[in-house]
Design a protein around this ligand. Structure first.
Ligand code: PMV
Length: 349
């Protein structure tokens, strides 16, 4: 057996924000969604994760942002690493050190970048020579939205139809350089409540109880097609209304869930109103809001308008901070101790 610590790699991944939301699981145990979704991977913020499989380690360890992680996240990571242990048929535990260069729970989907980076690092540490498609399948098992952070730019996560979910993975739609003027103003609000239930549980509650869930499913295929066409033409005036329509549809599903899911604060709602006002003043759509299962809001616009709009949104009561982000890259691997080993093929397809 090789020396302990040899099976090590470091991977970095960026969060993504959904233009079309993943909300509802067809196969909950595998995070397989009912509907396909469309996202933008962001630049300038990332999770960097180092994984070291060590045959002598008695249990998995997880360090998050410089501190030993709590039991919940540690158990999630262990369950996820079990998939890799099953794959290589070895019981080895791992040391996982992960760091976000953005505040956790800051409105950025850290679970997306977190599980994408973890999947990438575990794959490389074990010299599993998978393609990105298979990596996306694995990342999906940690957190659905992580499937999309494997790729940069605009990304489509195909829901798939198979009973076992093996055809549910993300594919790149248009890379990070395709629409370089595209901007996301991340608006962080004060007093965003900590999530009381996990998204996975919340979305299944919507599937079971929201009277508009089925109608939304019927609308999505067409909306995704129209969004893809607007992105293709870099047509912001067509894309922005579709993004807001989709966000409103997602929120309607949440609000009609029993008991209702209300993620926004008054500051979040103020941002949505301000974006509507900005578009009215301009006489055409120049910005679009969206939000996930949380109170922070993302406002899309173009490079030219971003600084002034960020200032305007930043001056609203209850908005703590705004940050202008560009389209960003997919997963990347970093040279680090252990990874200078030649990429010998140990297991794999
Ligand atoms: O990242 P997950 O698997 O917890 O689900 C996130 C769901 C939303 O962020 C609300 C929508 C999405 O598509 O990212």
């Amino acid at each position: 057996m090789r020396a302990p610590g040899r099976y090590s790699a470091t991977c970095e991944a960026s969060p993504n924000i959904a233009l079309v939301k993943y909300w509802g699981q067809r196969i909950p145990e595998y995070n397989v969604p009912y509907n396909s979704s469309l996202s933008l991977t962001l630049d300038g913020i990332a999770t960097r994760t180092r994984v070291t499989f060590d045959p002598e380690l008695p249990a998995d360890t997880l360090e998050l942002n410089g501190r030993p992680a709590e039991e919940g996240p540690r158990a999630d990571v262990s369950r996820f690493l079990d998939l890799f242990r099953e794959r290589i048929r070895r019981p080895w535990h791992a040391r996982v050190v992960s760091r976000n260069n953005f505040p956790t729970a800051s409105g950025m989907a850290s679970s997306a970048s977190g599980f994408a980076a973890l999947a990438g690092a575990a794959m490389a540490a074990l010299r599993l020579h998978w393609g990105l498609r298979n990596l996306s399948r694995y990342a999906r098992r940690g957190s659905g939205s992580a499937a999309r952070s494997i790729y940069g730019g605009f990304v489509l996560w195909r829901a798939g139809r198979r009973w076992d979910g093996t055809d549910s993975y993300a594919v790149p739609f248009r890379g990070p350089d395709y629409w370089p003027e595209f901007r996301d103003i991340a608006c962080l609000v004060d007093g965003a409540p900590v999530k009381s239930i996990r998204s996975q549980e919340a979305m299944q509650r919507s599937v079971a109880t929201s009277p508009v869930f089925a109608r939304r499913q019927r609308e999505l295929r067409k909306r995704i097609g129209r969004m893809k066409a607007a992105i293709d033409y870099r047509d912001a005036a067509s894309l922005f209304p579709l993004i807001m329509e989709e966000c409103d549809s997602f929120r309607e599903v949440c609000e009609t869930t029993d008991p209702p899911l209300d993620y926004l604060t008054s500051a979040s709602r103020r941002i949505l109103d301000e974006v509507r006002a900005v578009n009215r003043e301009a006489g055409r759509p120049v910005a679009a809001y969206t939000h996930d299962a949380g109170a922070h809001v993302h406002v899309f616009t173009t490079e030219r308008r971003a600084p002034a709009l960020a200032r305007r949104l930043g001056s609203l009561t209850g908005v703590r901070e705004t940050r202008i982000l560009r389209p960003g890259p997919g997963v990347r691997w970093l040279r680090s101790a252990g990874s200078e080993d030649p990429p010998v093929k140990l297991w794999g397809r």
